[in-house]
Design a protein around this ligand. Sequence first.
Ligand code: KG4
Length: 341
Amino acid sequence: MVIFALESSCDETAVAVVRDGCEVLSSELFSQADMHALYGGVVPEIASRNHVSAIGKLCDLALSKAGIKKTDIDAVAVTYAPGLIGALLVGVNYAKGLALALDVPLIPVHHIKGHIAANYIAFPELTPPFLCLVVSGGNSLIADVKGYTDIDIIGRSRDDAAGECFDKAARILGLGYPGGPALDKLAQGGDDSLFDLPCPVIENAPYDMSFSGLKTAFVNIVHNKEQKGESLDTASLAASFTRTVSDILVPRVIAAALKLGHDKISVAGGVAANSRIRSDFIKAARANNLSIFIPPPGLCGDNAAMIGSQAYYEFKAGNTADMNLDAKASMDLSSLCGEQI
Ligand code: KG4
């Protein structure tokens, strides 16, 4: 089954052609990061306008790179939630028009389910059940992947997402937007034990997380040094910060996997590209006899191939939509489980 997939939930316009959930025939991406860097973060209105101007050309490119004709498309898939509403609407309306014109099914895909599905592309041997940590710019959650479309959220951030925290920390150090990759690089030359940063535990919610205190502590250290006119070892601060994020994430995922009896864990989303977090997860998984799956960095961030992959399983579960499909800025993943969209 050949699925033509679109993703436009934030500042990346992405289009892919995916066969049978795991074979990527093409995957094209237009990143607007440079356009938002000037403002230090994503400006929703600018994102929407750029999706409009990029999406048509990107679709043509994805089709030609896949070496297929429009008539070879069996279904059209699109991210419809969650994300920036104006940005989502561009993809949803384009997908609706395309599905109508080609007279093929329209498959709505939840963005987080897409991040989890990036694993099926990278590791075709991976099948549910498994436990998946999704850490991106907008979400940090631990998902019990019981089936391809049957997913329970067992832990989540009570405040900021891990990626948001990386971006804020990088911004305060003047590293630009998006800051995660730059902070990752800077941390590699630092001493991760130099700064003691908060690693909070949430009472009666062992798998929930919190990043806002860490973000504030980071900002306070930088401002304090600036006010005193003292020099700051930014590499060590970045390394200590990354170690703390890892200390928040890794033990929770391992404990949840052992408690729920999973023998496979995976990590997905943009922050899964972080070199320290990847290596800490690999070490912890080995120490606990768990199999670990982390997609290559190119599949961790937003892309449309992951949407095309998840769409295949949604279609098999009967989850298609009609022309009334609407974009939704927020939608809890758990509320979808087992329900017809
Ligand atoms: O998954 P993604 O592309 O978009 C969302 O769905 O939100 O994630 C983007 C986030 C940004 O916050 C970015 O700074 C972060 O992922 N990120 C990283 C790294 N690469 C991207 N964070 C830490 N280390 C990285 N190497």
